[in-house]
Structures are given as C-alpha cells and as structure tokens.
Ligand binder design. Structure first.
Ligand SMILES: Cc1cc2nc3c(=O)[nH]c(=O)nc-3n(C[C@H](O)[C@H](O)[C@H](O)COP(=O)(O)O)c2cc1C
Length: 416
C-alpha cells in the first residue's frame, strides 16, 4: 500500500444502529482508510457528533448551511475527495431520498454530487424493510450501481425478530474494502490462490477442559481480508475465534491441531501461496477422557504428546508454492526466527514479540521483523494488523514476481 490511504465518507442516518457507526469508522481506520463522517439531522439524535469528531479527527458535517464554512463548495469538495461513500446505517427515509434525487441535507446533496462508488447498509424494522416502497427504492438504487449490503435476520430494537438488523460491521468494512480495492492498481494479487491459517487450536482433555493459547485469529483474518481486497482467491483455515468469517473467502473451521493439519494438506494443492498465521498447539493430551476428569485430593500430572508439525510438513511438500510462517518469540527474536525459516523451508517469516501487550496476541496492532531466505530483514514498526498484512503481501508479491521472472529467464536460456 504505497499509495495514499483510501478516503471514505461515512454517512450515518437516524436509526438505532447508528451506535454501531463508530465501530465501523474505527475498523476502516485500522485498515488504513481516512474517514470523514457526515450525519443526518435525525442521526444526531442517536449518536453524538463529539464521538465521531474525536475518532475521525475531523469536523462532522450535518447541515448544508453551517456557520463559518464555505457551504457553496463543501459537498462538492468532499464528493471529489471520497473514494467511497458508505452509508451505514441507511434508514428507509434516506434510501428513499437517494432513490428520488432529493437533496435536502448535506448527505443527500453529497450523494448526488458523488462519482465514487456508493455502498449502503440498510437497517430498520422488519415491516419498514419489507414495505414495497423501501424495496422499490432499493431496486432503483441497485439498478444505478449502488452496492447494497442487506440487513440480517435477528432480534430488532422493536423487540420482534425479523429481517432488518444492520449487517455485521466487520462484513460491512470487508465489503467496503473490496469495493475500494477494485481500483485497478490495487488488484495485484489477482490469479493467486492464498491459503491462510489463523487462530489458536484447542486440544481437549475431557468434554469440559482443553489446552489452548492466546491467539485470537486477528492477524490471519486481517491477512485474509487484505488478500481478498487485492483480488486473490482465499482459503482460510481457522481455529476457534470470535471473528466473523470474511465474505468471499472459502472458510474451513477446525478445532484441533490434527484437524488443521488434515485441512491444510487437503487444500494446499490449489494454493500458490501458503501463509501459516495460526498458533498451533505443539502438544496435546495423550489421552482424551470422554467423561469429566474428577477432582481428587492428589496432584494431577498430564501426559502430553506432540501434535503433527504442519509447517514442517508443508515445507517438505510445498513445491513451487511460496510459504510464509509466523514466529511469536519472547527472546532472541531474530535468531529463533532465522532458525525456524531454515528448518521449516520457509520463504518468508514474520517474527513478533509475543511478550508485548500493545502488539502481538489479541491486540489490534502488531510490529516485528520480516525475514527472507536471503537473510534480508525488514523491520515493520507498530501498525494495524491490516496494514501489516498489506506490507507482508507486498513482499509476497515481490517474491512471486521475482521467482516467476527467474523461471521465465531460465526457460528462455534453455531454449537458447
Ligand atoms: C427510536 C427510533 C428508532 C428509529 N430507528 C429507525 C431505523 O432503524 N431505521 C429507519 O429507517 N428509521 C428509523 N427511525 C425513523 C427515522 O429516524 C426517521 O425516518 C428519520 O426521518 C430518518 O431521517 P434520516 O434518514 O435523515 O436520518 C427511528 C425513529 C426512532 C424515533
């Protein structure tokens, strides 16, 4: 991502789900976007401007005729600035105004001026959603090229269950990024099939207890989102996490190291790149007790056995595939990382400091070193996991290009 950050105008309208807008804004920022918020008058009844101004670090616009601003050009300027207009949540009223070209506040006027892609995430009561007027307005907007991320079924603020709940913020952000990345220069991983592992594994002791680690899957999922945004086909093999699966990825959910091992071997054939970001248990209980282990007066010693070494096995079988590993170290980071790279036959390894609270496990940010086979070391300072995923994919793309260039030259030389 050497280009400037994506520019997103986040339009927020007057529905209960407006309380989720700051989360959407924050997630967009974490993925490297610059965001400006625009509220409708009704939205200000649901969410405070101050929150959005603090998060976006920019004034929030509501009215067309606000004092002390050059009102004549602002909506036009902002429309030009935006790479994407995302309206989340979008009320029935604002969808109707968009559909009919009304321009009675800043957001609707901006919409009419905007030439960038528009994505709307409707949220409303089930009856409002099902109403023919709403559906006709949406159909009209779709026909004009507006992308719609439909609401989900679930419990609505009105107390009934039905369709109308705002789509999951993570899904909205993922979709926004796919649209943003559709800008031609960004689809530089098109044609690649990237297999990514993510999350921890859980090794059961009995029906209640298990051994696991502190991985949350955030790094692997960020990689999946980033690879999708750059046009790659993605297979994500994930241990248990609380994260929403990235739309458009083939997602395979597993629990134990053994299951992850089998899933990786079964799916690696089609991959051109394999990124092992999962924190796989090295040991599992030797025996699984089908009934709950009972407490006794004595100490308990657990017998553990090795789990299969997925990375080493993939390293043996990788062929021409590019293999990227992760190492979470607490000491002698570079030395341990280099050893792992060579032992496991990796092309690249990302080494991070597992002992740091700001980065590493569970954090939204990460930092560390990227090492390649030739011994080149790149230090990646603290940044969001999504940005870091982008930087890592930059290196993957470079190595793929170099490798294919070399193969091409060799073939040309053989031909004489
Ligand atoms: C408590 C409350 C919750 C509301 N929730 C929604 C909603 O989720 N979706 C919706 O389309 N309208 C909802 N409305 C109605 C809108 O606020 C109303 O149609 C308003 O005119 C929308 O204006 P706007 O589109 O300019 O934001 C709600 C109204 C109230 C009082």
């Amino acid at each position: 991502m050497s280009e400037r950050p994506y520019h997103v105008v986040l339009g927020i309208t007057g529905g209960i789900a407006a309380y989720k807008a700051p989360e959407i804004l924050r997630q967009l920022q974490q993925r490297g976007a610059e965001v400006r918020a625009v509220l409708t008058r009704a939205a200000t009844r649901f969410i405070g401007r101050v929150t959005l101004e603090a998060l976006s670090r920019h004034p929030v616009v509501v009215e067309m005729f606000e004092p002390n601003v050059n009102v004549a050009v602002r909506h036009v300027e902002m429309a030009r600035w935006a790479d994407l207009l995302l309206v989340a949540p979008a009320t029935a009223h604002t969808l109707a105004r968009f559909a009919h070209g009304l321009a009675d506040d800043f957001l609707t006027t901006l919409y009419l001026s905007a030439r960038c892609p528009v994505l709307v995430a409707p949220a409303m009561d089930a009856e409002m959603w099902e109403n023919a007027a709403t559906q006709e307005n949406l159909a009209r907007l779709r026909e004009r090229g507006v992308a719609v991320i439909p609401p989900e079924r679930g419990y609505l603020a009105s107390g009934i269950e039905g369709e109308g709940r705002l789509a999951d913020p993570e899904q909205i952000v993922a979709r926004a990024l796919v649209i943003l990345a559709a800008r031609p220069y960004a689809r530089d991983l098109e044609g690649e099939h990237i297999l990514i592992t993510a999350g921890p594994t859980c090794e059961d002791l009995d029906p209640i207890r298990y051994l696991t680690n502190r991985s949350t899957g955030k790094m692997g999922y960020a990689l999946a989102h980033a690879a999708l945004a750059r046009g790659a086909q993605v297979t994500l093999i994930s241990g248990p996490t609380t994260l929403a699966p990235p739309p458009d990825a083939q997602v395979i959910l597993v629990r134990r190291a053994e299951e992850m091992y089998r899933a990786v071997l079964a799916h690696m054939e089609a991959a051109t790149v394999i990124i092992k970001a999962a924190a796989v248990a090295d040991y599992r209980p030797k025996a699984f007790s089908p009934t709950k282990l009972k407490k006794t007066g004595a100490d308990l010693t657990l017998a553990l056995e090795r789990t299969p070494d997925i990375l080493a096995e993939v390293g043996r079988r990788k062929g021409s595939r590019l293999l990227v590993g992760f190492a979470a170290e607490t000491e002698a980071h570079l030395e341990h990382g280099r050893q792992k790279l060579l032992q496991k036959n990796l092309d690249l390894i990302f080494i991070n400091d597992a002992a740091s609270a700001e980065t590493g496990f569970a954090a939204d940010e990460n930092a560390g070193f990227l090492l390649d086979r030739e011994g080149d070391v790149v230090e990646l300072p603290r940044m969001s996991k999504y940005e870091l995923a982008m930087r890592l994919l930059d290196r993957v793309r470079e190595r793929l290009a170099r490798r294919r260039g070399d193969a091409h030259r060799e073939r040309a030389e053989e031909r004489g």
